[in-house]
Ligand binder design. Structure first.
Ligand code: GCV
Length: 666
């Protein structure tokens, strides 16, 4: 399938004065670079050629190892001592200088300088950027048959017909995500099927190595998701017990072989003992036993073992009110703190449940003190509109990163913990990817703001959501203040709007079972998945405080007391933590039932406002993209109305409380 260039289409978004800078370019230190750096530096050079051709209509004049006074100077100099991936940019009107001590720093600096030129932001004098998060990763849930679990943008561009597939789109993908600083990518689904099991033992090895090489040219490490029971599935052993010598030997040999062909491999990603996947529990072993066994096979190659903490009982009895899925992640891992090898990282979902539109932060971040941690976000909008509805998730991610966990002495800001600044050692941020082979990569054109934004935020979490939205819009739709203002406003409205017209006050889980789009209020209510809201004629919510499942006790003080107290618990999470009657008065002054009615009516009005903004931009946006977004907005409006009417009607029928404002409830 053909593809577009998303925010890297240099024919769009150029401030003309700045474009002149692209006529003369000096590259210093490139020719003497080590072989491993040269490939990345070459990608930076290619980028400058491409940008100058597309922006100025002809390729820049390139000079080597001499400075230019009017144009761009790119200086690769290890003696500058800038950290890995960091760069400095100096601007003095007729000249831009990009400096870095690592090849990746040069690549990121070039992408940044081009973005500044295109958005006309060349008045700043000096910028130095150091990536905050050491690992900035995307996890793809792509399957060998080309399908993508929770994929909403077409098919996989890594796999087709049970084989890995490499073409020019592979390189375009690497270029796209490297432009926002992504440096690690897992290409296959954590739910590893039989064919993908073979990825570690030889299947499509040539293609795997080709992908690793292309990624490497853009400073990206390739990761493979693996099946914990691979030695058994492939018939080599009759057990997958991590303490069995034969199993450990098989993994060691398999890993050594893999690294012979792919020396730059990043490592493995594992989902174990989760939703039916095999894991160490079957052998009475712990997650630390399982993770360390694999980590030891990787250690001689400096590989990393990323182990997911999404472990819970998915065979729950809905009648049992004492069991609480929200407790599971913490309960399963807290006792293992300090038992993991240095090259193991625990990958923890941002919330204790599963990527709902609103969840508290997972308490595990505040609990682990001696373990490497990485936060896992989802930019694939599984529960947040599936890239049919707009839902700009960067403001949510920022709230999570800013969360004070009180892990240890100080405030234990989550962002510090996962980036190595605080108590934990260096780790990072990961997002479940939202890309596929749709021409625009992300299905909904505006969903690309989440891909762009995640990378930018992982690189620099101090950026505001508004800044990221504005920058993305200008790079995507062109140098137009009106468009940038309108698009940014739509993006900034979209997460609150989605939250308003879906399930209220942090309770979540009222989506259609299985595919997770659209409302189905009791869809999961009597299921084994542990996701209940327990609505009845008296009220709704799950009591997780002292009189309930005590999940709140997993948080450190003062968070514990804040969540426990009805007068201190934030409204947006109150039904996550407490069971409340319909007439309970929230901090907002509204009762629970009034909040439900009002927010659902408001959510639909917000979508109508977004449509109005988009329509006002009609003549400023190319026809194809204008129409694509306009069509999706109409679908979003239908969806929002369906949510509004089903939820309001359901709660009117349950509570018997009429809407004070007399609005239409069925
Ligand atoms: C990859 C949720 C999704 C699953 C996903 C799982 C996970 O349960 O619905 O599709 O599986 O999360 O994160 O492992």
């Amino acid at each position: 399938m053909s593809y577009e260039f998303a925010w890297l289409d240099y024919r769009k978004g150029v401030a003309s004065r700045a474009a002149d800078l692209l006529k003369k370019i000096a590259l210093t230190g490139f020719d003497d670079a080590a072989a491993t750096d040269k490939d990345i530096l070459f990608s930076a050079e290619l980028e400058l050629k491409r940008a100058s051709r597309d922006i100025c209509g002809q390729e820049a004049v390139f000079v080597r190892d001499e400075a230019v006074s009017d144009g761009i100077n790119i200086v690769f100099d290890k003696s500058l001592g800038l950290p890995e991936g960091a760069y400095g940019i100096e601007i003095d009107g007729t000249r831009i200088t990009v400096k870095a001590s690592s090849a990746c720093g040069i690549l990121y600096g070039v992408f940044r300088a081009l973005a500044l030129i295109r958005t006309g932001r060349i008045s700043e004098k000096q910028i130095t950027e150091v990536p905050t998060s050491p690992i900035r990763m995307l996890d793809h849930w792509d399957n060998p048959d080309g399908s993508i679990e929770r994929g909403y943008s077409g098919k996989s561009f890594f796999f087709r017909n049970d084989h890995l597939y490499v073409d020019d789109r592979t390189r375009e993908y690497a270029r796209l995500v490297a432009s926002v600083g992504i440096n690690a990518v897992a290409i296959n689904n954590v739910n590893v099927n039989d064919i993908a099991t073979g990825l570690v033992s030889g299947y499509d090895r040539k293609e795997l190595a080709m992908i690793a090489k292309i990624f490497g040219d853009y400073g990206i490490k390739l990761f493979i998701s693996l099946n914990f029971a691979s030695p058994m599935s492939l018939g080599a052993t009759d057990t997958a017990d991590p303490l069995d010598e034969g199993v450990a030997q098989w993994w060691k040999k398999t890993t050594d072989d893999l690294y012979k062909d792919i020396p730059g491999l990043g490592g493995f990603l594992v989902k174990a003992d989760s939703e039916g996947r095999p894991g160490p529990f079957s052998y009475g072993r712990t997650h630390a036993d399982g993770a360390n066994m694999l980590a030891r096979a990787l250690a001689p190659h400096n590989g990393l073992l990323i182990w997911r903490c999404f472990v819970y009982n998915c065979q729950q009895d809905w009648r049992d009110h004492t069991m609480d899925r929200a407790r599971a992640c913490y309960d399963n891992f807290i006792g293992l703190d300090g038992q993991f090898d240095d090259n193991v990282i625990l990958q923890i979902k941002n919330g204790p449940m599963d990527f709902q539109v609103r969840e508290p932060v997972s308490p595990l971040f505040g609990g682990l003190k001696k373990t490497n941690m990485m936060v896992e976000f989802q930019i694939a909008q599984e529960y947040t509109g599936q890239q049919r509805d707009i839902c700009y998730l960067i403001p949510m991610f920022k709230q999570v990163l800013d969360f004070k966990t009180y892990n240890g002495e100080g405030e234990g800001i989550l962002c510090d913990l996962v980036t190595g600044k605080g108590l934990s050692r260096a780790c990072g941020m990961v997002a479940v990817s939202n890309t596929g082979d749709d021409p625009n990569w992300t299905g909904h054109d505006l969903a690309a703001a989440n891909l762009y934004g995640f990378g930018r935020l992982a690189f620099d979490p101090t950026l505001s959501s508004e800044e990221i939205a504005d920058e993305w819009s200008r790079l995507t739709f062109g140098y137009d203040d009106t468009v940038a203002e309108g698009v940014s406003k739509m993006l900034m409205m979209s997460w609150p709007a989605y939250e308003k017209y879906t399930s209220p006050l942090g309770i979540g889980w009222m989506i259609s079972p299985g595919h997770h789009y659209g409302p189905d209020i009791e869809g999961y209510e009597f299921s084994p998945w542990g996701t209940y809201h327990r609505s009845d004629r008296n009220g709704l919510g799950v009591e997780r405080g002292k009189t309930g499942t005590c999940m709140i006790d997993q948080y450190n003080e003062p968070i514990r007391s804040i969540y426990e107290g009805l007068d201190t618990c934030p409204d947006e999470l109150v039904l996550f933590f407490h069971r409340l009657p319909y007439d309970h008065v929230l901090k907002s002054g509204k009762t629970v039932i009034e909040h439900i009615y009002d927010s659902h009516f408001e959510g639909v009005l917000d979508v109508e406002e977004m449509i109005g903004i988009w329509e006002s931009l009609k003549d400023r946006i190319d026809e194809l993209r204008y129409k694509r977004v306009a069509d999706r907005l109409q679908g979003q409006l239908r969806n929002a109305k369906e949510w509004r009417d089903r939820i309001n009607t359901y709660y009117y029928r349950h509570s018997g409380v009429p809407d004070k404002q007399g609005r239409m409830i069925y």
